[in-house]
Design a protein around this ligand. Structure first.
Ligand code: MCA
Ligand code: AMP
Length: 494
C-alpha cells in the first residue's frame, strides 16, 4: 500500500493544517509528528485527549506513522464513559496538549505532551517505513442500543479506501481548503475532516469551535469545501437573514457536505434558495466509514444520500433476510435494511467477538439503517431498525446507556429514555423517571449534570418527565411507545 500521506514527503511548503490563527505546513507537520512518533516508542495503544486542536491532529498523524493504534477520546467524557474506554482499550500512553488537565483516572498512563515544534529535523521521519494496510489505525468508540460503547477497530486500509472513494465522488484535490468545526473524536471530524485533506495534500481550516460567523469568514478567506452535521447547516440556514456575509461565502464554496444525520428538507431549501448552492449528503457509519454520497458531478437530489461509493457494495434486505430488488423489479417504494461490504469496513469491535459476528450477515455488515432506493440507485434513508438509538446534533446516543446511569441516581426509582424531534439537534434526549420520593423528585438540572458527569454532556437529557409509574406490558417491559405519545400517562408535570 502506498504511504497514507504522500504530501508529507512531497509538498513541504503547502499549508496542511490551520486551527484558528495557528498553522502548520506539511514540512512542519512532518517534523512535529516525526518527533512525536519517536517519543511514542513501541506502545501498544495510545489514548488521545482529542481537543479540537493542531496538537490532536499532530498526535494522530504521529501514531499512524508509528503504527500505534490510537483511541481518540472526547475531552468532556464523564467518569464512567472514560473508565470504560480506558479499561477496554488498555492504552499504555495518553497524549494531550501540554495545557490539558487530565482526570486522575488517567494517572496510571504515561503522559506524552504533544509538542508542535515547527523546526525539528525531518530527515529520519521521511524514511520511516509505514505499517501494512491491515494494521489497526484507530479505535473509535460508538454507542449501541444497550450496554457501554463499543470500540470500532479501523485499519489503514479502511481509512485509505474511504478517503480515496471520496476523492472520486467529490473531485477532492490538493487545491481544496476544507472548512469545519467538528469534534475530533469521531469519524466525521477526524477521519474525513483531518485525515481527508492530509491524504489529498490539501488544507484543513478548522474553526476550533463551530459558529456561523466562523464559517462565513473561513469560506470567504479561501475555503472551498464545508463539512458539517445537520445542526450546523440548520444554524447556517437560520442565520442567513441576519448575517448577510454568509450568502456570498456559501455561494462561493465548491462543495457543501452534510452528514451524520438527516438534513431536513426545509434547511436544504432555505440554503439553496438563498445561495443557489445545494448541500449534498453522504451516508456513513463508524463501522463502515462512508457508504454513499451525492457526487460533485452528479445530480444533487435533496432527501437522498446519493449512490454507493465506487468500492462499496450496497444491498437492501427485507425482514425475512431476502434481498430486495434481486429480480430487477422496481423497488423504489420498498423499504429494507441497508447492508454493505467493501474495503471501507472496520475490522472488529475491540474485545467483542460476539458483537462482531452478530453485526454481519454472510460478509455483509448490517447497518441497522432502513432505506429505499430510487430506480437509478439513489438511496433514501427512512429510519432505523432500532428505536433505542437517538441522533442528537449528529451524535449517536444509546437509550440504554443513559437509562443505566439514571438508575444509579439515588432519587430515581425507574427510568426510560426516548428521543424527541428537535428543530436544532434533529432529536434530543428525553428522560422519563419515577422518582424514589414523589414529594422530593430530582430537578432537570440535577439529572442533566449527573448524566453529563458520568457519560458526556451531549448525552444529557434536555427534557425530563416525572411519572407515578411506568407503562409496562404483561411481561413487565416498559412500553416506550406509550411514553412518547403526546399525552403520557399520569405525569406529575409536563
Ligand atoms: C450544557 N453543557 C454542559 C451541561 N449542559 N456541560 C456539562 N454539564 C451540563 N449539564 C455545555 C456543553 O458541554 C457545551 O459546552 C455547551 O453547554 C452547549 O452544549 P450543547 O447544547 O450540548 O451543544 P452545542 O454546543 O449547541 O453543540 C451543537 C453541535 C454539536 C456543535 C452541533 O452537537 C456537535 O459538534 N456535533 C457534531 C457531532 C459529530 O461530529 N458527529 C459525528 C459522529 P461549550 O459551550 O463549552 O462547548 S457520526 C460519524 O462520525 C459518522 C461516521 C458519520 O456519518 O459522520
Ligand atoms: P455513528 O454510529 O455515530 O457513526 O453514526 C452512524 C449513523 O448515522 C448511521 O447509521 C445513520 O443512521 C446516520 N447517518 C449518517 N449519515 C447520515 C445521513 N447523511 N443521513 C441520515 N443519517 C445519517
Amino acid at each position: 500500500m502506498p504511504v497514507l500521506f504522500p504530501a508529507l514527503h512531497t509538498m513541504p511548503d503547502r499549508t496542511a493544517l490551520r486551527f484558528g490563527d495557528r498553522a502548520l505546513s506539511y514540512r512542519q507537520l512532518a517534523a512535529a509528528a516525526g518527533e512525536m512518533a519517536t517519543r511514542m516508542g513501541d506502545a501498544n495503544r495510545a489514548l488521545i485527549w482529542a481537543t479540537p486542536s493542531l496538537e490532536t491532529s499532530v498526535a494522530v498523524v504521529a501514531a499512524l506513522q508509528a503504527g500505534i493504534p490510537v483511541v481518540p477520546v472526547n475531552p468532556r467524557s464523564g467518569e464512567q464513559e472514560l473508565a470504560h474506554i480506558v479499561a477496554d482499550s488498555a492504552p499504555a500512553l495518553v497524549m494531550a496538549e501540554p495545557s490539558a488537565e487530565l482526570p486522575e483516572m488517567l494517572g496510571g498512563l504515561t503522559r506524552l505532551d504533544i509538542a508542535v515544534a515547527a523546526e525539528a529535523d525531518v530527515s529520519a521521519w521521511a524514511l520511516a517505513p509505514e505499517p501494512g494496510p491491515e494494521a489497526p489505525a484507530l479505535i473509535v468508540y460508538t454507542s449501541g442500543t444497550t450496554g457501554p460503547p463499543k470500540g470500532v477497530v479501523l485499519s489503514r486500509r479502511a481509512i485509505a479506501s474511504t478517503l480515496d472513494n471520496l476523492e472520486d465522488a467529490w473531485q477532492w484535490t490538493e487545491d481544496d481548503v476544507l472548512v469545519h468545526g467538528l469534534p475530533l473524536f469521531h469519524v466525521h471530524g477526524l477521519i474525513l475532516g483531518v485525515l481527508g485533506p492530509l491524504r489529498r495534500g490539501g488544507t484543513l481550516h478548522h474553526l476550533e469551535r463551530f459558529s456561523t460567523q466562523g464559517v462565513a469568514s473561513a469560506l470567504s478567506g479561501g475555503g472551498t469545501m464545508l463539512f458539517g452535521v445537520p445542526t450546523m447547516y440548520h444554524r447556517l440556514a437560520e442565520a442567513l437573514a441576519a448575517e448577510p456575509e454568509l450568502v456570498p461565502a456559501l455561494s462561493g464554496a465548491r462543495l457543501l457536505v452534510s452528514g451524520s444525520a438527516p438534513l431536513p428538507m426545509t434547511d436544504h431549501q432555505r440554503i439553496a434558495a438563498a445561495t443557489g448552492r445545494h448541500v449534498i449528503e453522504r451516508y456513513g457509519m463508524s463501522e463502515t466509514l462512508m457508504n454513499t454520497s451525492v457526487r460533485a458531478d452528479g445530480e444533487p437530489r435533496p432527501g437522498t444520500v446519493g449512490i454507493p461509493l465506487p468500492d462499496v457494495d450496497l444491498r437492501l434486505v427485507d425482514d425475512s433476510g431476502k434481498r430486495i430488488g434481486a429480480d430487477g423489479a422496481d423497488t423504489s417504494d420498498v423499504v429494507g435494511e441497508v447492508q454493505v461490504r467493501g474495503p471501507n469496513l472496520f475490522t472488529e469491535y475491540l474485545n467483542r467477538p460476539d458483537a462482531t459476528v452478530e453485526a454481519f450477515d454472510g460478509g455483509w455488515f448490517r447497518t441497522g439503517d432502513m432505506a429505499t432506493r430510487d430506480a437509478d440507485g439513489y438511496v433514501r434513508l427512512v429510519g432505523r431498525k432500532a428505536t433505542d438509538l437517538i441522533k442528537s446534533g449528529g451524535y449517536k446516543i444509546g437509550a440504554g446507556e443513559i437509562e443505566n446511569v439514571l438508575l444509579e441516581h439515588p432519587a430515581v426509582a425507574e427510568a426510560a429514555v426516548t428521543g424527541a424531534p428537535d428543530p436544532d439537534l434533529g432529536e434530543h434526549v428525553v428522560a422519563w423517571i419515577v422518582p424514589t420520593d414523589p414529594n422530593d423528585p430530582p430537578t432537570d438540572q440535577q439529572l442533566a449534570d449527573f448524566v453529563a458527569g458520568q457519560l458526556s454532556p451531549y448525552k444529557r437529557p434536555r427534557t425530563v418527565h416525572r411519572l407515578d409509574a411506568m407503562p409496562r406490558n404483561d411481561m413487565g417491559k416498559i412500553i416506550k411507545r406509550d411514553l412518547a405519545a403526546p399525552e403520557p400517562p399520569q405525569p406529575h408535570e409536563a
